[in-house]
Write a protein that binds this ligand. Structure first.
Ligand code: UD1
Length: 398
């Protein structure tokens, strides 16, 4: 056991909860869970494992600082690879951690490769799996995340959902309702936590040696992120999207925060000329507080990220999602999100509406209130104790 675990008065009957993070969108989901567990169930020991799926300072360390995440107890340092290689490598390196710590459960968040890989290791060792942000479905199996979501939910023992449609999706896949708990959205806990400390756009631009004057405009500025393989891994799709963004930029200056995958593909496909630096500022991946500031000050956001769809709904900023579908339908039905795909007319039409003041303002979905992690922590401890009691009585019968 590490010092952190030894130094605390812990529930002697329960092994630690292993909390897994791997890639950028996991960090904002796990940070509030760790805080809530420390505050509300301090007797429950926790071990933080970082798989190292994301490893650049800008993709990982900086977010740990912004979200006040503790240094991971274990870093598996898997790095990048094909889906098979990355998933297999996480599994190979995570198994000895489970063996060494004998956890009471493994808690995973979201839908990245690390989520599925660690859940698979745990379930094969009869360690219960807790999935936070369960039941979201895009019904698009070409998305690697959709496969990760379906499979993780199938092997999870306790499933926490962010919106009510998730429970219906899970029921359709045969998951018993007593395993599912509607807890709200931990992503929004982090928005509430970070909002007051969000960095101003001018601060962010200056830190990147960009003159904030470039984006000064009567209509404000738009923020862009793109990283889905379906949008950025094919030259034709990426070229088409950069072309439309160029058109948008003629009426609204854009700040484009580039994922490493996107930056390298723009260069590899020879598309750099499609970006007019006078109208579109390119930034490297940003910290959490910088992204919050950029979104909060934006007139609109253009993105293919799941997290940004939710964060813009929480911030009341119109969001145009450059995808045909979303696994987060509540952001469209109640929030500020509109699906526009890669359709030029749809994108330009929606931008025009927003600039004319007709953008969605939306409302906050149920339980997106900053207390989701608290509800999860409050549920998880009695659930683990009950599970332990059930196992003990089953053993007595045998
Ligand atoms: C992963 C998740 C995706 C999530 C996204 C957020 C899966 C299947 N995908 O996609 O759901 O929305 O994270 O960013 O898990 N790279 C770096 N530095 C890093 C990490 C990655 O340069 O720290 C580059 C590498 O070239 C790597 C590529 O980005 O090959 C893709 O990284 P990877 O983790 O495989 O997938 P993401 O596209 O980031």
């Amino acid at each position: 056991m590490n010092d952190q675990l030894l130094g605390r008065v812990t529930d002697a009957d329960l092994g630690p909860v292993i909390c897994v993070v791997g890639a950028r969108p996991n960090f904002m989901k796990m940070a509030p869970i760790l805080r809530a567990m420390a505050a509300h169930v301090p007797a429950l020991p926790v071990l933080l494992v970082h798989t190292g799926q994301h490893y650049d300072k800008d993709m990982s360390e900086r977010l740990f600082e912004d979200l006040r995440l503790p240094t991971p107890d274990v870093n598996l340092e898997v790095g990048s690879g094909t889906h098979a290689v990355q998933t297999a490598e996480v599994m190979r390196r995570f198994e000895p951690v489970v063996d060494a710590y004998q956890p009471s459960c493994v808690a995973v968040v979201g839908d990245v490769n690390s989520t599925l890989a660690c859940a698979l290791v745990a379930v094969k060792k009869n360690v219960p799996v807790v999935h936070i942000e369960a039941g979201l479905r895009s019904y698009d199996r070409a998305m690697p995340e959709e496969i990760n979501r379906i499979l993780t939910d199938q092997i999870a023992d306790r499933l926490y959902t962010t919106e009510r449609t998730a429970q219906d999706n899970l029921a359709r896949e045969g998951i018993a309702s007593h395993q599912v708990c509607f807890a709200g959205n931990v992503m929004i806990d982090s928005v509430v936590f970070g909002r007051a400390n969000a960095r101003s756009v001018s601060h962010t631009l200056q830190a990147c040696h960009v003159d904030p004057g470039v984006i000064r405009h009567p209509l404000g500025m738009g923020v862009v992120t793109l990283h889905r393989p379906s949008n950025v891994d094919h030259p034709d799709s990426l070229r088409a999207l950069l072309g439309v963004l160029g058109e948008v930029a003629t009426s609204l200056p854009l700040v484009f925060v580039l994922h490493p995958r996107t930056r390298s593909n723009i260069e590899r496909f020879g598309l750099t000329d499609l970006i007019d630096p006078a109208r579109m500022v390119l930034l490297p991946p940003q910290g959490y507080l910088e992204m919050l500031g950029l979104m909060a000050e934006a007139t609109l956001v253009l993105t293919d990220s799941g997290g940004l769809q939710e964060e813009t709904t929480a911030l009341g900023v119109p969001c145009l999602t450059l995808r045909e579908n979303t696994e987060r339908p509540i952001t469209v039905e109640q929030g500020t999100n509109t699906l526009v795909g890669r359709n030029r007319e749809a994108i330009l039409g929606a931008v025009k509406d927003i600039l004319a003041g007709k953008g969605k303002r939306g409302r906050l979905p149920e339980l997106w209130d900053g207390h989701a992690a608290q509800r999860i922590a409050a549920d998880m401890y009695p659930w683990l104790k009950q599970r332990q009691a059930d196992m003990a009585s089953r053993l007595r019968v045998l």
